[in-house]
Design a protein around this ligand. Structure first.
Ligand SMILES: [Zn+2]
Length: 424
C-alpha cells in the first residue's frame, strides 16, 4: 500500500495522467475547493472553520487523509491532553536546529481531529516537518494511512473512560507493531506502556506526574503495587508487567537525556506539566538527530503554544490565556495563576471532574465564572468557601479590569478568546 498513489502521481506528471489517477486528482481538487468554500461560509456562523473544511474535504474525497499525510515528513504526538504544548516545544527545537523559517514547519491541534489535519494540509506541503497532534483514536486512523511518521510520541492516555482507553491502547499496540517508526512513550502510565509495548524501537520517559486514575493492570486486572514509589514505579503482582526503566526523566525540576546528563530546562512556559512535555519533546527531537543542547536553546524560545500562556489584549483588558480542559491541566493551571483576578471561561464541556480538583489556589482572588457551565463552577467553588461571580457573557466577564487577569479557559471558550484578540 505505501508508495502506490505517489508512484501513480509521478507517472502522471511525466506522460499524461492515467485515467484513474486523473480522476483521483480531480476529486481531490474538487474536495479542496469545496472545503475552502465551506470554511469561508463558517465566518457567518459560529462553527469552527478548519474542522468544517476538513469534514467537507473528507466527504467529497474519502482518500484525502492518506493523500495529504504522505506529502510531508511528520511526527505523531498522541495524548488525551497536553499535546499542543509538547508539539510547540518540539517545533521550537527543530527550528533551532535547522534555522528554519516557520513556513517550513507546522503543527496541528489534537482537538481538531483528523479533519484539522486535512484542513491544514489539503493545499499546502510542509517541506521540513509537520507535528501532528492527535487523540488516541485519531492516531490509529492516521497510522492506518500507511505513511510512516518519523517518530511517534505517546504522551498520556488518562482522562478517557476505562473502556475506550483500553480499546485505544490495544488498537495503538496493533498499529505500532506493524511499522518501524521509533516510539517515545510514557513509562508511568500503565495503559500507554501497553500501547507502546509492540514497538521495535522505543525510548521510555518518566515525567513528574503520577497516575492514580490507572490502578489496575491492563493485562489481568490486578491492583498494581508501587504506584507511589517514585524509584521503582508500579508493577503487577500477578505477572511480569512493570514500569519500564526510563531513558529520559524529569527529576527535581531538571531533565535528563538518554546519556543521563541533567539539563536545567529554564522554560519560558510556567507549570510543572511543561517539564514533562519538554522531556518528551527532547526525546522526540533526539530521535530526529537534534543535539540536546540545541533542543533546549529552541525550547527556551517558546513564548506561547498556539496561544496557550500567551497574553492578549481584549478591549482594555490584558488577559493571560491558560487552556485547561483536563484535570491534569486544571491542577497545573491552578499552580501558575498569579493575578488577583481569575476568569474561568467555560464551554459545554462537562466539568464533573472539577469536584476532584482542589481549588484552594483561587482563595483570596476575585473569581469570575462565565459561559454555559458557569453555574457548575460557582457551585463547586462555593463548597470550598470561595466566592465566585457568575457573568454569563464572556465579553462582559472580560470588561472593566484595569490590571491583568488570568483566564482559565475550556476549549470552546479558548477559541473564542483567540478570535476576540485577533489571533485566529
Ligand atoms: Zn497483570
Amino acid at each position: 500500500m505505501p508508495g502506490e498513489p505517489d508512484s501513480n502521481r509521478t507517472k502522471a506528471a511525466h506522460r499524461g495522467m492515467p485515467s484513474a489517477a486523473a480522476s483521483s486528482f480531480a476529486r481531490f481538487g474538487v474536495a479542496t475547493l469545496a472545503g475552502r468554500l465551506a470554511a469561508a461560509a463558517t465566518r457567518f456562523t459560529r462553527s469552527d472553520g478548519p474542522t468544517v473544511r476538513g469534514r467537507v474535504i473528507r466527504r467529497v474525497d474519502p482518500g484525502a487523509l492518506s493523500r495529504v499525510v504522505r506529502r510531508q515528513p511528520w511526527v505523531l504526538v498522541v495524548g488525551e491532553y497536553g499535546t499542543t504544548v509538547l508539539s510547540s516545544l518540539l517545533v521550537s527545537a527543530v527550528r533551532a536546529s535547522h534555522g528554519t523559517h516557520e513556513t517550513r514547519l507546522a503543527q496541528t491541534r489534537a482537538e481538531d481531529g483528523t479533519d484539522g489535519v486535512l484542513s491544514l494540509l489539503a493545499d499546502r506541503t510542509v517541506p521540513e516537518l509537520v507535528v501532528v497532534a492527535a487523540r488516541p483514536g485519531d492516531a490509529v486512523d492516521l497510522l492506518a494511512t500507511g505513511d510512516l511518521p518519523r517518530a511517534i510520541v505517546l504522551f498520556d492516555s488518562s482522562g478517557a473512560a476505562p473502556n475506550p482507553r483500553y480499546a485505544h491502547a490495544r488498537a495503538l499496540h496493533r498499529a505500532i507493531g506493524g511499522i518501524d517508526a521509533p516510539v517515545i512513550a510514557n513509562a508511568v502510565d500503565p495503559m500507554t506502556v501497553l500501547a507502546a509495548g509492540s514497538a521495535r524501537r522505543i525510548s521510555w520517559v518518566r515525567g513528574d506526574r503520577g497516575y492514580h486514575d490507572q490502578l489496575l493492570c491492563p493485562g489481568c486486572g490486578s491492583i498494581l503495587t508501587g504506584v507511589d514509589d517514585a524509584e521503582t514505579g508500579w508493577r503487577c503482582p500477578r505477572h511480569d508487567y512493570r514500569q519500564p526503566e526510563p531513558d529520559y526523566r524529569v527529576q527535581d525540576g531538571k531533565i535528563s537525556d538518554a546519556d543521563g546528563q541533567f539539563w536545567d530546562p529554564r522554560l519560558p512556559l510556567p507549570g510543572r506539566l511543561s517539564l514533562d512535555q519538554a522531556c518528551f519533546a527532547l526525546a522526540a527531537a533526539e530521535t530526529l538527530g537534534i543535539h540536546a543542547g540545541t533542543v533546549f536553546v529552541g525550547m527556551r524560545k517558546t513564548r506561547d503554544a498556539l496561544g496557550r500562556f500567551g497574553t492578549v489584549t481584549i478591549g482594555e483588558t490584558k488577559a493571560r490565556l491558560i487552556a485547561a480542559r483536563h484535570p491534569a491541566e486544571w491542577i497545573d493551571a491552578l499552580t501558575v495563576i498569579d493575578q488577583p483576578t481569575v476568569i474561568i471561561a467555560t464551554d459545554d464541556t462537562d466539568l464533573s471532574w472539577s469536584w476532584d480538583c482542589d481549588p484552594g489556589a483561587l482563595a483570596g482572588r476575585a473569581v469570575i465564572a462565565t459561559g454555559p457551565r458557569a453555574p457548575d463552577v460557582t457551585a463547586r467553588l462555593a463548597l470550598a468557601g470561595i466566592d465566585c461571580r457568575d457573568v454569563p457573557d464572556l465579553s462582559g466577564a472580560l470588561a472593566g479590569h484595569r490590571g491583568g487577569v488570568d483566564v482559565l479557559a475550556l476549549p470552546g471558550a479558548f477559541r473564542t478568546l483567540l478570535r476576540l484578540s485577533g489571533r485566529s
